[in-house]
Write a protein that binds this ligand. Structure first.
Ligand SMILES: [Zn+2]
Length: 469
């Protein structure tokens, strides 16, 4: 791309939608890509977008990555496969989490392609599907990661000084603050990344940037309010105790990154406080077990409360009743378990992975509880359970839903409307415009109206739009 005299931002992904985060800053000294996420959703559309990265992205002079969620980092292997050979800057915890997240994503791409080719290979005219990227591509992307501490200054492209501040969303998550040399003086351009909630367990509260001129801001819950974070423990305890009284099991479909560690830590706190009686807890997900190890290595990301807990009781992510399950044999052995227990497993939306087996084995027993602790997208098994269907199809077989389905809505890693407005206000009075991204259109528009009511300028860009700042 030609070097530009003025500053531009291009919205290459997550415009009026929530996946495929990707934005490009064009400055005098080059171009800088912020995030390179996978588009998730209907197979055909998402595959097309993921396979055809814009040339402006693959030819960028550097990448800054906000965090290790797949909708932000998941297409870095695709970017490298398409020829990107420059640095990818992120926090140290994000780099460590990406190690497992990207190799897992590549493994899924490889096995999906292999499965489809096996299924359709004999059909006339079938052309073998090539995986979007492979584990070798993921390893090549991982080699490009350059870790930084929060607050450390670095220069990803000439004339742009950058630092990362804590966005309080998941371990290692960051808001990117860029001080950009421009024809009309220095400009501070901020990319919020995903913004967390205040008082979330484990993490510090989000740090809003100071003195920003332009802010690209997430809007996932631009028009919603969550239950108070403090209700998390009570809801969890009540669900487990009532299930235990019935002699049943609690099945928790959980995202491997962050939500799982939050639940494990909450159970540990309840156990240490003497409020949770002895009940075996199984964490049945090899990815979640590996990611939990990364949490243990990154104390620098903990909030004061977790640091104090660590000092007083040791490991926040381990306690007497917790069993880490990695092998398939151990996982299968849980099928024969006939006593109260908690089973935490992935995937979070019940679409794949070991959780589907646990649901099949436990959904028809009225003593059991399925505890929903995360967002359930449309057309997923998790969503059908939340909708209260009497019967659901699991592995192609209709099953009666006799287990109790409970939704704990205090668990969310995203700020709600009031928390987003608090964050925006704290960005300072200088902000000339908020660009609202990473939200469905209604959420972005609603957040824009709230900001305008407070005398701010807000704009909701479209996919591919390029604006001068
Ligand atoms: Zn995220």
């Amino acid at each position: 791309m030609k070097k530009s005299k003025s500053l531009h931002i291009s919205f290459l992904g997550a415009a009026k939608t929530v996946t495929g985060s990707m934005h490009l800053l064009e400055a005098e000294g080059g171009t800088l890509l912020v995030d390179c996420g996978l588009v998730q959703g209907r197979r055909k559309e998402s595959q097309h977008a993921n396979r055809h990265l814009p040339a402006a992205a693959t030819s960028a002079d550097a990448v800054v990555l906000t965090h290790a969620h797949i909708d932000h980092c998941g297409n870095l292997p695709g970017l490298v496969k398409a020829g990107f050979k420059k640095d990818i800057h992120c926090t140290a915890a994000t780099a460590d989490l990406c190690h497992y997240m990207l190799l897992d994503a590549a493994h899924i791409q490889e096995s999906d392609a292999a499965w489809l080719n096996r299924k359709h290979g004999q059909e006339a005219g079938w052309e073998d599907i090539v995986p979007l990227f492979t584990q070798a591509d993921a390893r090549a992307a991982l080699e490009r990661l350059v870790p930084h501490a929060y607050g450390e200054e670095f220069e990803p492209i000439a004339g742009v000084k950058a630092h990362l501040i804590d966005s309080g969303h998941i371990l290692g998550s960051a808001t990117v603050v860029l001080d950009v040399k421009a024809a009309r003086g220095r400009r501070r351009v901020v990319f919020s990344g995903d913004i967390g909630r205040r008082n979330l367990p484990i993490l510090r509260d989000p740090t809003p940037p100071k003195d920003a001129d332009y802010v690209v801001m997430e809007s996932t819950y631009g028009n919603r309010q969550h239950a108070a974070v403090e209700e998390m423990h009570e809801q969890l305890l009540e669900a487990i105790e009532s299930t235990r009284k019935r002699g049943g099991k609690v099945i928790i479909p959980s995202f491997s990154l962050e939500r799982t560690q939050e639940i494990v830590y909450a159970l540990n706190e309840l156990r240490q406080a003497g409020r949770l009686g002895p009940i075996p807890v199984y964490l049945d997900s090899p990815l979640a077990v590996s990611l939990t190890e990364v949490f243990r290595r990154h104390h620098e990301c903990f909030d004061a409360e977790t640091t104090a807990f660590d000092k007083a009781h040791g490991d926040p992510f381990g306690f007497d009743m917790l069993h880490m399950v990695t092998s398939l044999e151990e996982s299968k052995a849980l099928n024969g378990l006939d006593q109260p227990a908690v089973i935490i497993s992935a995937s979070g939306m019940c679409e794949a992975g070991r959780i589907v087996h646990h649901l099949r084995n436990n959904i028809e027993d009225s003593r059991n509880t399925v505890l929903i602790v995360g967002y359930q997208a449309q057309h997923t098994l998790g969503r059908r359970l939340v909708e209260g269907r009497d019967r659901v199809k699991i592995f192609g077989v209709e099953r009666d839903v006799r287990a109790r389905i409970r939704v704990l809505n205090a668990f969310s890693a995203h700020a709600d409307r009031n928390e987003l407005l608090w964050w925006a206000k704290a960005c300072g009075k200088k902000v000339k415009k908020f660009f609202l991204v990473h939200g469905d259109e209604d959420q972005c528009e609603a957040l824009g109206k709230h900001l305008e009511a407070e005398g701010r300028k807000a704009f909701v860009p479209s996919q591919g739009e390029r604006v001068e700042i």
